[in-house]
Design a protein around this ligand. Structure first.
Ligand code: ATP
Ligand code: NI
Length: 342
């Protein structure tokens, strides 16, 4: 494992057993989380973003199982460690904040009691120390009059303030990695921007790594250093943020970027990529994006491309960039030209 990475996910496969058979929700996810950096995971609804992060924390539903791959965290493979070790890691070293803060906070306890609980059970503090630290944490996440708010119940706070409380809780144990799964979608736009700013600021000040899950590439552009683009349970492109926005490689990434809201176009009129995400019960045999891809060839429809790594460490899962590409040298993708490797 590279010294610069705190986490490396390799060919992760997570399945659910259902009445209709096996759902391979995550089926070939690889990415690195460099120390002190923020990586974004983007993709349409159902592409496997949340299941990827829940797999890392081993918090899958009863019918879910990690079927293959590796999750390397500081030399340990989290797919192999004991349940006891996972409990130590969760909250202590890898913590997570979710989309809807109200469902994750307990309505019958005060904010201070809930943050203290984490500090008492994980850090071995006594009640008084934990309360003092709770106030500090509320201050850290920008909650005004923290001495007062520490005694408030969740319903007494606004959505944005509740999300700040959740962030405070997730920081209680000074985690190495913070996973934020759509942390702002339930909030209104101005509050969203503030929460994003807060996460970025905390990441810089505390030096932790952040995995930021979102379907919004605009948010990724503002927050992330690296990005993994997911499509139908797989990473199709992993790249540093500059390269992805300047020269996206995968046709799906190109399509996503083309459908980003712009000031000169009415958001309603933006035409997203044609076609639909395949059903998890009927995955295409070849490249999963082939049925929607403007550049797809017979090879693409017949055979799944591997995730290939280039010299700069960026990864791409697309036949265009392989020696086997059977099509033209200059490939037109959504009006842009890409040079094939073959
Ligand atoms: N308990 C489960 N049983 C069966 N299938 C499941 C279960 N949980 C998730 N899935 C399936 O796994 C796939 C990936 O879901 P996931 O929640 O990771 O998507 P996502 O990318 O996070 O989407 P969203 O942007 O909507 O949050 C979906 O097809 C979903 O239906
Ligand atoms: Ni999700």
């Amino acid at each position: 494992m590279s010294k610069d990475n705190v986490l490396e996910v390799r060919n992760l496969q997570t399945s659910f057993s259902t009445d209709k058979g096996e759902v391979r929700a995550v089926d070939g996810v690889s990415f690195d989380v460099p120390k002190g950096k923020t990586i974004g995971i983007v993709g349409e609804s159902g592409s496997g973003k949340s299941i990827t992060s829940l797999s890392i924390l081993r918090l899958l539903a009863e019918n879910g199982k990690i079927k293959g791959g590796e999750i390397r965290y500081k030399g340990e493979d989290l797919t192999k460690v004991s349940e006891k070790r996972m409990r130590e890691l969760r909250g202590n070293e890898i913590s997570m904040i979710f989309q809807e803060p109200m469902t994750s906070l307990n309505p019958v306890y005060t904010v201070g009691q809930q943050i203290s609980e984490a500090l008492i059970s994980h850090q071995g503090m006594n009640k008084k120390q934990a309360m003092v630290r709770s106030v500090e944490l509320l201050k850290l996440v920008g909650i005004p009059s923290p001495e007062k708010r520490v005694k408030a119940y969740p319903f007494e706070l606004s959505g944005g303030m509740r999300q700040r409380v959740m962030i405070a809780m997730s920081l209680a144990c000074d985690p190495e990695i913070l996973i934020a799964d759509e942390p702002t979608t339930a909030l209104d736009v101005t509050i969203q921007a503030q929460i994003l700013e807060l996460i970025k600021d905390l990441q810089e000040r505390l030096g932790m790594s952040v995995i930021f899950i979102t379907h919004d590439l605009g948010v990724v552009a503002e927050t992330c250093d690296y990005v993994a683009v997911m499509y139908a349970g797989q990473v199709v492109e992993y790249s540093d943020i500059r390269t992805l926005f300047k020269q996206p490689k995968h046709p799906y990434s190109i399509g996503l970027l083309n459908s980003l809201p712009r000031h000169d176009i009415d958001q309603e009129k933006l035409m997203p990529i044609k076609g639909n995400v395949p059903s998890p019960h009927e995955m295409p045999t070849g490249c999963r994006f082939a049925p929607r891809c403007p550049a797809a060839t017979d090879l693409c429809r017949a055979k799944m491309p591997e995730l290939m790594t280039d010299d700069s460490g960026n990864q791409i899962r697309c036949w265009i960039y392989s020696d086997e590409w059977p099509g033209e040298k200059e490939v037109n993708v959504y009006g842009e030209t890409r040079i094939a490797k073959g």
